[in-house]
Ligand binder design. Structure first.
Ligand code: HEC
Length: 220
């Protein structure tokens, strides 16, 4: 019985191999796919129809206001209404000038560029909102480096109200936001140039608070 079973198995293997061939064997005929090959996975191709969505298109249109990262939109600066973007356009670093890099040649420059400084208190308010979204989880709401991330083990978060950082020119802080530093990641690809300057202005405000030159009112 065993012999017959074994013999039948051998014949089966030989027959299957004879018809289907080895998996990576080269041949003139299209090989049999026992499972879908990766080239034939269930997915949609570009520019094809699909019944899945009501509009019959496989590709989805961009959500209104989508800004491709690094793409320069016409009109260098966006408008804000209070703290909120109105038109939803904004620019990322695309020029080697001070506004875009915080540098003048090889040196860090100081001062908030005039075109953004003209926004006055609105700029600092915007900076606070952006700081609390992008920085506070590490640096803490007051900038002391005690945000919740510290509790999870990132021990080296800088106190950005400390004297060495108070003494840094604005362009250097802008540069730190853009490119990051050591264990701090780059934020240039996710925060627009103008918002980075807004954050710099808010960091300065936090430093004034730490020096006792300004009062910090905790938001309720
Ligand atoms: C994931 C946590 C994290 C986030 C988010 C983060 N930082 Fe940092 N930051 C750090 C760490 C860690 C350091 C210390 C890096 C080092 O070892 O020098 C640092 C350092 C700094 C410094 C000091 C750089 C120097 O010259 O010593 C500044 C200024 C700063 N961060 C500003 C910001 C601002 C503004 C934001 C928001 C746009 C931000 N950081 C977001 C973790 C973070």
């Amino acid at each position: 019985m065993l012999k017959i079973g074994f013999g039948a198995f051998i014949i089966l293997v030989v027959t299957v191999l004879g018809i289907a061939g080895f998996r990576d064997q080269k041949g003139e005929k299209t090989h049999i796919e026992w499972f879908n090959d990766m080239a034939h996975q269930p997915r949609v191709n570009a520019q094809v129809r699909s019944n899945f969505f009501a509009d019959g298109r496989a590709e989805r249109a961009h959500i209104p206001g989508t800004v491709p990262i690094g793409y320069i939109l016409p009109g260098a600066y966006y408008q804000t209404e209070g703290n909120n973007l109105v038109s939803g356009i904004g620019g990322f670093t695309n020029q080697p000038d001070y506004f875009n890099t915080g540098r003048i040649g090889e040196m860090y420059g100081d001062g908030i560029p005039e075109n953004v400084a003209a926004r006055g208190a609105d700029l600092i308010n915007r900076g606070q909102q952006r700081y609390e979204i992008n920085c506070a989880h590490c640096h803490g709401l007051a900038g002391r480096g005690t945000g919740p991330v510290k509790a999870f083990g990132l021990m080296t978060i800088a106190d950005i109200t400390s004297e060495p950082i108070r003494k840094q020119p604005d362009g250097q802080i802008f540069n730190t936001i853009t490119h990051g530093k050591n264990t701090m990641g780059a934020h240039g690809p996710i925060i627009t140039v103008e918002d980075r300057w807004a954050i710099v202005s808010y960091v300065r405000a936090l430093q004034k608070v730490a020096e006792g030159k300004l009062n910090f009112v905790e938001k309720k």
